[in-house]
Design a protein around this ligand. Structure first.
Ligand code: XIL
Length: 345
């Protein structure tokens, strides 16, 4: 790659990446080098999630998040906080009393408030924007029956944004979800954002995760983007990665491919080399997507990749145990893929 990516994109949107502990604590980590050079805004892939920050009641652990904040200060990077309220990577204790029964609405609201205030307060001057609520919608746009929803009721989202606005007055506040290219789901997200706004509760934008498989859904995504623009909210592309590898048949999901030699070539591109066809498919997908992002750059504040290199992508070893994936811009040896220059041209 011939230019620093964040600098190349800076007239259009900020360019971000999800990072882990090793990127921000090991100065000689090759991934850390890429982060320093190519990205201007960082999201913690896991270190600010509830289970990392408050694994048990009132026992807060800031080791990972503090390391990230120091790294960001040192290298002059912006930070996105991910995430206050989600149904995953949130310990069971949050929803339960000592007997293991659901707590009352009041208790859960108090826990939510304490968590948001503690986390947002500690990093008040460090965090530019927060994913306040993550993945609250079903595919048809209705509210997911998460423990948050069951215990507090539908207004758990309003409460989360109210607390966040109070605790993080200077940070942008986002609703974040996946599959928002689907019309029904995006309609649900926009309705949710409008509901908040109508009640005078601040929400600044909608985060589109963008974990795609095979061809990215370009046309649907464009329509979704236009809807958000018409509704007057900002857009963030928050968790971009693209897999072009085949999804295994249902009966192979979770299987260990190292035991099944027949699958290795197809499912472990790094052992056998990614095929030219798959590589080209990835190149085309990224080029098309970035063209779309650039077209709407006035409304897209940020594009964040969900991982630095193929070495640390969460897509490795899933949905099959021995399989590594090829979904990011930098490969397993931390080399930029050959199409990356075409993304900025
Ligand atoms: C993923 C991380 O990448 C993994 O390391 C972790 O094991 C599970 O969570 N949507 C989100 C992210 O909002 O927080 C998830 O991150 C990916 C899906």
């Amino acid at each position: 790659v011939t230019r620093a990516l964040a600098a190349a994109y800076s007239p259009f949107f900020s360019f971000g990446v999800a990072v882990n502990r090793n990127h921000v604590t090991q100065e000689d980590n090759p991934g850390a080098n890429i982060v320093q050079q190519h990205f201007s805004v960082l999201t913690a892939e896991n270190d600010m999630k509830w289970e990392s920050i408050q694994p048990s009641e009132k026992r807060f652990t800031f080791k990972g998040s503090d390391a990230l904040v120091s790294f960001a200060e040192k290298y002059d990077k912006e930070l996105i906080g991910h995430v206050f309220v989600w149904h995953q990577q949130t310990p069971d204790w949050v929803f339960e009393d000592e007997e293991g029964n659901f707590v009352s609405r009041e208790v859960l609201l108090q826990r939510m408030r304490d968590h948001i205030f503690t986390l947002a307060g500690r990093y008040e001057n460090a965090i530019k924007g927060w994913d306040v609520v993550n993945e609250a919608l079903n595919e048809d746009g209705s509210l997911r029956k998460s423990k948050w929803q069951q215990i507090i009721g539908d207004d758990f989202i309003e409460k989360a944004f109210e607390y966040a606005a109070e605790a993080a007055p200077n940070a942008a506040l986002y609703y974040n979800d996946y599959n928002l290219f689907k019309a029904e789901k995006m309609d649900g997200a926009i309705a949710l954002a409008k509901r908040l706004k109508a009640k005078g509760i601040r929400i600044d934008g909608i985060g589109i995760q963008a974990h795609y498989s095979n061809e990215p859904p370009l046309e649907e995504l464009e329509q979704s983007i236009q809807k958000v623009i018409n509704a007057g909210f900002k857009i963030m592309i928050t968790e971009l990665d693209l897999t072009v590898l085949k999804f295994p048949d249902e009966d192979k999901v979770g299987a260990d491919i190292t035991l099944d030699f027949a699958f290795q070539e197809e499912y472990d591109p790094y052992k056998n080399g990614i095929s030219e066809a798959s590589h080209q498919k990835l190149a085309t997908a990224y080029i098309d997507l970035f063209r779309l992002f650039l077209k709407y750059h006035e409304h897209i504040d940020r594009v964040t990749l969900w991982g630095v290199s193929d070495k640390d992508t969460w897509r490795n070893y899933w949905p099959m145990k021995g399989r590594t994936d090829y979904p990011l811009l930098f490969d397993r040896k931390h080399q930029a893929k050959d199409f990356v220059d075409d993304l900025i041209a």
